[in-house]
Design a protein around this ligand. Sequence first.
Ligand SMILES: [Zn+2]
Length: 214
Amino acid sequence: MEAVVNDCRVTCPYAESGCKIIMTGGNVKLHATECEFGPQIKWIACHNGDYPPNAVEGGKQSGVRLLVMRGKYRGSLTPGKLYEYAPPAGQGAEMNECRASLAWGGGQRFTHSFEVLVAPPNRVKWVPSANGDTTVQNAIPGGTSEDGERLFIGRFRCDNGDIVNGKIHPSHGCAYIGINGIEKASRQYEILVSIDRPTPTEDSSEAGNSSMFS
Ligand SMILES: [Zn+2]
């Protein structure tokens, strides 16, 4: 007589994202926390010119896509923007060989060494926020100020229609972006948040009102 073995085989919860691993039911929870197709949101060290797949898009400036990055500056770890490629000259773009920059102390600061935020598609979204609100659910931590305050990732629309991403400084009650050499602030902005589990119905109903790009 054979013993009855609980050998129920199940697919990974992220099979739709591409995971092909099949396991016994009891292992699902552990695997899901480390699955490479799961909702990991993380910072990847980069140098000028390179960025990883699944880099999170922050906005668009002078027709060039901006990605979410963060860099060290004067004791802070500050979220900023990375041009996907060098912007064309003479279109309001910053003239600098460096594609990554952040806003700090009233100015736009350039850096060659930074981290880029990556997330599987549909695991992050931008939602409207204002005045440094720190109660936004699932807001993704972006770094820390030189005083140890937690910073978040924000973006807002500029006068010319460009949407530029930067940092949210809660105690200042605003988001800052570095642009054309200076730091610009706005009390109205969007904040980057994570989505725990993509549910198709929720995604389709929120897509229209959560993004400035729609
Ligand atoms: Zn998996």
